[in-house]
Write a protein that binds this ligand. Structure first.
Ligand code: ATP
Ligand code: MG
Ligand code: MG
Ligand code: MG
Length: 470
C-alpha cells in the first residue's frame, strides 16, 4: 500500500488517538530550558519534563510527530539510504500509564493491519535479557522465535547517565538481498541498507543511580520513535529517503536548477542528496528562529548551508540558489507546519543573505585550496597542514568538515590537531584582548592582522544580517 508522507503522518497520529492518546504539535527545533541539547533530536526530547515528573503532562498518553535534527549523522547523509540530518519522528508516549503489554501489540497492529506491511519481511530486536518483551512478541503477537533477535546493551538498552532508562525493542524491514551489502554475514543490525530499522520502542522501566544500580520504576514509561521518512520509504518501495514523494519534489527541483540528471553518476547523486537534505534541515531551523552565526546552533546552520552551497558548485550552480529551493521545502511541508508558510519571506531572506556572504569568499578559498592540494600531491604528502585548514576557516569561512570533505575527495587527510592548536591560540588572543583594559588593543591589532588582500566585509556583516531580517 503506497501512502504519501503527509498521509502516513496523519494515519499514525489518528491510530494512536484511537488508542486514547492526546495529539500534541511538534515542539520547535530549539529546545526550551534544556542546556544539555543544542537541537531537538528525538520525539522524547521536548517531553523530558513529563518523564522525569518535573511537569504534569496534559494526558498520560500522548502522540506526536516531532521535527528532529541529528548532525552527528551528517557523514552518512547522501551515502546511506536511511539517514538525514533532518527527519520527522513519530512517537507514542506513556507517562506511567500503559506499558509493554499494550505498546508492542499496538505497534504490530499499526504496521501489519493499518499499513498492511507484509509480515514475512518484518524482524524485531529485543534487549538480550528482556524475556518479557520476547514473550509478548512471541506468544501474544505470534511472531516466530527466529525473527526475534536478542541484542546487547549497546544496541538495545537506552540509557543516558543516571535516571530513567530501560531496554528497547526495534522493528526492522527486510528490503531484500539486492539492497544489501552482499556479505554472507549480513543480518539484522548490519550497517548496510538491507534491513532497515524503522521503529524503536523504549521501555523506561528502571532508574539508574550514581553507583550503577538499577531499580524498577513503580510507574514505567513508554517512549517510541519511528522515522517518518523511513516509513514512507518502505511504504512507497523506493530506494532511499530522498525518493519519498515530498522529498523527491525537492530533489527534482535541485536537478532542474543544476541541469543535471539524477541516477547518472554516484558522485553527482551524493551531491544532489546532500543538498536535498541540508536545505530541509536549514529551512526548518531558520523557521524555528536559528540564525547563521559562528557558534552553537547558529554554527550548525552555517555549516549545513555552506556544505550545501559547495555541493551546488560541484553540480555547476555558481550563484545563490538554496533560498529558492527552500520555497519547495516550504510547499511540501506547510500543511503539517503552517509556520513555514507564515515565515516564508523571512526564511528566504535569511538563507539568501548567508549564501551571498559565502559566495563572496568561497570561490577564492576553493581556488587557493585546490592550488595547495596540487602542491601537496606534487610533493607526495598526504595531509593538509593545520595552518592551512585554519586559514581557510578564519579567512574564507570554511567550516572544518568542508575542508575535510574536499581533502578526502582528493585522497588527503587534514591535520586536525594542528588546526585545533591554531584555534586555541586565536581564542586565547581574543580572550586576552577582551580582558585587557587597554582598548587600543582592539583598534590596532585587529586591523593589523587582517590580510589586506582579503575582503574585510566578512566580519562586520554579521550585524547587518541580524538587523535586516528581524
Ligand atoms: P540508525 O541505527 O539507523 O542510525 P538509530 O538507532 O540511531 O538509527 P533511533 O535513535 O533509535 O535511531 O531513533 C528512532 C528512529 O528514528 C529510528 O528507528 C529511525 O526510524 C529514525 N531515525 C533515526 N536517525 C535518523 C536519521 N538520521 N534520518 C532519518 N531517520 C532517522
Ligand atoms: Mg543512528
Ligand atoms: Mg540503530
Ligand atoms: Mg535505534
Amino acid at each position: 500500500q503506497k501512502l504519501g508522507l503527509n498521509e502516513l503522518r496523519e494515519r499514525y497520529l489518528k491510530f494512536f488517538e484511537s488508542k486514547g492518546h492526546l495529539r500534541l504539535a511538534s515542539a520547535p527545533l530549539v529546545p526550551k530550558n534544556d542546556p544539555s541539547l543544542l537541537l531537538i533530536n528525538s520525539g522524547m526530547a521536548p517531553l523530558k519534563p513529563f518523564f522525569t515528573g518535573q511537569e504534569e503532562p496534559p494526558r498520560k498518553r500522548v502522540t506526536t510527530c516531532q521535527k528532529c535534527i541529528r548532525t552527528p549523522d551528517i557523514e552518512n547523509v547522501g551515502k546511506t539510504a536511511r539517514h538525514g540530518t533532518y527527519f520527522e519522528m513519530l512517537g507514542n508516549f506513556s507517562f506511567g500509564d500503559y506499558f509493554k503489554n499494550e505498546a508492542i501489540p499496538w505497534a504490530w497492529e499499526f504496521v501489519t493491519e493499518d499499513l498492511k506491511m507484509p509480515v514475512e519481511k518484518l524482524w524485531v530486536t529485543i534487549y538480550e535479557d528482556d524475556d518479557e518483551a520476547f514473550d509478548i512478541w512471541h506468544k501474544v503477537v505470534g511472531l516466530p522465535a527466529e525473527r526475534i533477535v536478542r541484542m546487547g546493551k549497546k544496541d538495545n538498552f537506552w540509557e543516558h547517565g543516571t535516571g530513567p532508562c530501560g531496554p528497547c525493542s526495534e522493528i526492522y524491514f527486510d528490503r531484500g538481498p539486492e539492497k544489501g551489502c552482499g556479505s554472507p554475514d549480513c543480518k539484522v543490525g548490519c550497517e548496510c541498507d538491507r534491513y532497515v530499522e524503522f521503529w524503536n520502542n523504549v521501555f523506561t522501566q528502571f532508574n539508574r543511580d550514581e553507583q550503577g544500580n538499577y531499580t524498577r520504576l513503580t510507574h514505567p514509561n513508554i517512549d517510541t520513535g519511528m522515522g517518518l521518512e523511513r516509513l514512507a520509504c518502505i511504504s512507497q518501495d523506493v530506494d532511499n529517503l530522498f525518493e519519498v514523494d515530498t522529498v523527491w519534489n525537492i530533489l527534482d527541483y535541485i536537478c532542474k536548477t543544476a541541469g543535471v540528471e539524477y541516477k547518472k553518476s554516484e558522485k553527482t547523486d551524493v551531491s544532489i542528496r546532500v543538498i536535498t537534505d541540508h536545505i530541509r534541515s536549514t529551512t526548518m531551523m531558520v523557521c524555528d528562529g536559528v540564525l547563521p552565526s559562528n557558534e552553537g546552533r547558529g554554527y550548525v546552520l552555517r555549516r549545513l548551508l555552506r556544505r550545501a552551497a559547495r555541493h551546488g558548485r560541484l553540480l555547476g550552480i555558481n550563484k545563490p540558489f538554496l533560498y529558492d529551493v527552500a520555497m519547495v521545502v516550504i510547499n511540501e511541508s506547510k500543511e503539517a507546519y503552517p509556520e513555514l508558510a507564515e515565515k516564508a519571506g523571512y526564511i528566504k531572506k535569511v538563507i539568501k543573505i548567508e549564501e551571498e556572504r559565502f559566495e563572496a569568499t568561497v570561490d577564492q578559498g576553493i581556488v587557493i585550496l585546490n592550488d595547495f592540494i596540487d602542491e601537496i600531491k606534487a610533493k607526495k604528502q598526504e595531509v593538509i597542514p593545520g595552518e592551512m585548514v585554519f586559514k581557510l576557516h578564519d579567512t574564507y569561512g570554511f567550516p572544518l568538515d568542508l575542508t575535510r570533505e574536499i581533502a578526502e575527495e582528493n585522497g588527503l587527510g587534514i591535520d586536525e590537531d594542528g588546526f585545533k592548536k591554531e584555534m586555541d591560540a586565536q581564542r586565547k588572543k581574543a580572550r586576552d584582548a577582551h580582558n585587557s583594559k587597554d582598548t587600543s588593543a582592539w583598534s590596532d591589532s585587529v586591523f593589523d592582522k587582517l590580510d589586506k588582500s582579503q575582503k574585510t566585509a566578512f566580519v562586520g556583516y554579521e550585524n547587518i544580517v541580524c538587523e535586516s531580517v528581524i
